[in-house]
Design a protein around this ligand. Structure first.
Ligand code: GRF
Length: 211
């Protein structure tokens, strides 16, 4: 088994992988000091896998379809891959499955997710459309720890994105996505530097020298 290092990261994906790309670019630029060991997709054809391979990152498939309704077996398979690559931190980047309490316990305060709304508003699927249809004036991005609920874990950071008069759901989504690509690497950098202190629902950023 590969040795566990403190900044080892695994990314779970299901789709196009633009956040994955932003993470990999941040690593390349030196803005994110992460050792990205593996990208795992539950969908065999996900474009995110190609993005990982293009940058020489191991890309693995654990096809949820093959496990049918056996979530425990599916998650154990993911856990096995993460262990094999010595992953300490897990970032969900468009990963479309809810994780069980068992899986979450394997990585206490070490799994994070990005969501395209200002949580707790508009959790779940199509958050940008939900926000647009509701007629809110401000939506945005949330990065949060993953707990056993749906987009419900302690919030690490949020970025507001105003809804403009001539917006539609697609235009709003595009501007939210731009902010996602900025915010996620920043939060991951804090996480991997061990600078996030979780106290119940509250997440505080420790000064660099205390980490
Ligand atoms: C993003 O909007 C993210 O916030 C949400 O799923 C989408 C994934 O997009 N969780 P991508 O695969 O990173 O391009």
């Amino acid at each position: 088994m590969a040795q566990e290092r403190s900044n080892t990261l695994g990314v779970l994906v299901s789709g196009r992988g633009s956040n994955l790309e932003a993470i990999m670019q941040a690593i390349e630029d030196g803005r994110l000091d992460a050792d990205l060991r593996v990208v795992i997709s539950n969908k065999p054809g996900a474009y995110a896998l190609e993005r990982a391979s293009n940058r020489g990152i191991p890309a693995e498939v654990v096809a949820s379809r093959q496990f049918r309704k056996d979530r425990q077996a599916f998650e154990s398979a993911i856990h096995d891959v993460l262990q094999r690559y010595g992953v300490r931190y897990v970032a969900l980047a468009g990963f479309m499955r809810l994780l069980s309490p068992w899986f979450v316990r394997q990585y206490p305060n070490r799994i994070v997710n990005i969501h395209p709304s200002l949580l707790p508003a508009f959790p779940g699927l199509d958050a940008q459309e939900q926000a647009y249809e509701h007629g809110v004036k401000v939506s945005g991005v949330t990065v949060h720890f993953v707990d056993e609920g749906l987009d419900s874990g302690p919030i690490i950071a949020q970025r507001p994105v105003p809804v403009l008069d001539d917006d539609d759901a697609d235009r709003l989504s595009a501007r939210i996505l731009e902010q996602e690509h900025r915010l996620y690497p920043e939060c991951l950098q804090l996480l991997l530097q061990n600078r996030l202190a979780v106290d119940g629902r509250h997440v505080r950023v420790r000064p660099a020298e205390d980490a």
